[in-house]
Design a protein around this ligand. Structure first.
Ligand code: NDP
Length: 315
């Protein structure tokens, strides 16, 4: 496993990370979730991502428990705040009150003394950005979090955050967690150039397009049994990636993968890691053997010709 710095921050994360959305604390049995975390750790994954809102805190509990047998210094734990954790008017968003209360709640659920990367899950247009940044800065000063991050913020919002942090000498946003894969490339235009300039590292989510970029969904064929696409509680965000047109592209990518003696999943992850500004691909897994396959993408170098052929397929 190779490790990359998180933008200009000193911390290093594994090129392949492990996420916990739609899996741990819910659709995946706890014992299986623990086995997947164990496999990831054994194979050199040091970066684990979760969120307070995943199964209403249950994902944090499962990930925290699974990691508790390992030395705290040996892994980088990331979680998030923003989405509702209750019915009350202050139970969501990025107000100082919600951030402070949820950080304490996450520490408790995770069973740790500090969170390595604390991320604003979305932008909150109702809270002054300065209030949010000051709350995060205070958490860093208190030692409850080491780095602050954001997720799915626009380039304008990210830029505003950078400027405000500089103006008031607050801790700078270290990471951004956007959607990025072969089918969703929006961040290439503005987010990546801005992040390169400001030293913000990308930790990208759904790098396998929720499984569509593994090659297991075939055009015109029945959905594979036990896959996310067959679970009515989890498949509502898969419509676009499972379109015939997208799956035909995956069939063409298979030829490049075979030529390189790697799987389509490994090709899709190695393609993401071609960009220096990407610090880690946060991959989900419902079985330990998926982790075995995915970690092997770390270190795969694609040739200029391969990258051009991929561009032509995705165009
Ligand atoms: P992926 O694109 O990596 O999809 C993961 C799913 O694909 C797995 O659960 C599994 O599903 C399938 N899969 C993974 N590897 C393989 C393989 N080698 N062969 C076959 N199938 C495979 O990412 P996710 O969409 O799960 O997102 C990853 C993480 O990103 C989340 O867990 C979360 O931590 C984060 N995230 C953050 C968001 C945000 O707003 N910040 C939003 C979404 C995710 P199955 O076996 O069930 O088919």
């Amino acid at each position: 496993m190779k490790y990359r710095r998180l933008g200009k921050a000193g911390i290093k994360v594994s090129e392949i990370g492990l996420g916990s959305w739609l899996t741990y604390g819910g659709s995946v049995e706890n014992s299986n979730a623990e086995a997947i975390v164990d496999r990831a750790y054994e194979l050199g994954i040091n970066f684990f991502d979760t969120a307070n809102a995943y199964y209403n805190g249950a994902a944090e509990e499962v990930v925290g428990k699974a990691l508790s047998k390992y030395p705290r210094h040996s892994y980088v734990l990331a979680t998030k705040v923003f989405f509702p954790m209750g019915e009350g008017p202050n139970d969501n968003g990025l107000s100082r009150k919600h951030i402070m209360e949820q950080c304490d709640a996450s520490l408790k659920r995770l069973g740790v003394d500090y969170i390595d990367m604390y991320q604003c899950h979305r932008y909150d247009p109702e809270t002054p950005l300065e209030e949010t940044l000051r709350a995060l800065d205070d958490l860093v000063s208190q030692g409850k979090i080491l780095y602050a991050g954001v997720s799915e913020w626009s380039a304008v919002q990210l830029n505003d955050a950078v400027r405000l942090s500089q103006k008031y000498n607050l801790d700078q946003i270290a990471s951004n967690q956007p959607l990025y894969n072969m089918f969703h490339r929006d961040i290439e235009k503005e987010i990546i150039p801005l992040s390169e300039q400001e030293g913000i590292g990308q930790v990208v989510f759904s790098p396998l397009a929720q499984g569509a970029l593994t090659g297991k969904y075939k055009p015109g064929a029945p959905l594979p049994e036990g896959s996310r696409a067959t679970d009515p509680k989890s498949n509502m965000w898969m419509e676009y990636v499972l379109r015939e047109e997208q799956l035909q592209k995956v069939e063409k990518l298979k030829v490049i993968a075979e030529r390189n003696e790697i799987s389509v999943a490994q090709l899709a992850l190695a393609w993401i890691l071609r960009l220096d500004n990407i610090s880690s691909c946060i991959v989900g897994a419902s079985r330990p053997d998926q982790v075995n396959e995915n970690v092997k993408a770390s270190g795969v170098e694609l040739s200029v010709e391969d990258l051009q052929e991929i561009e032509d397929i995705l165009a």
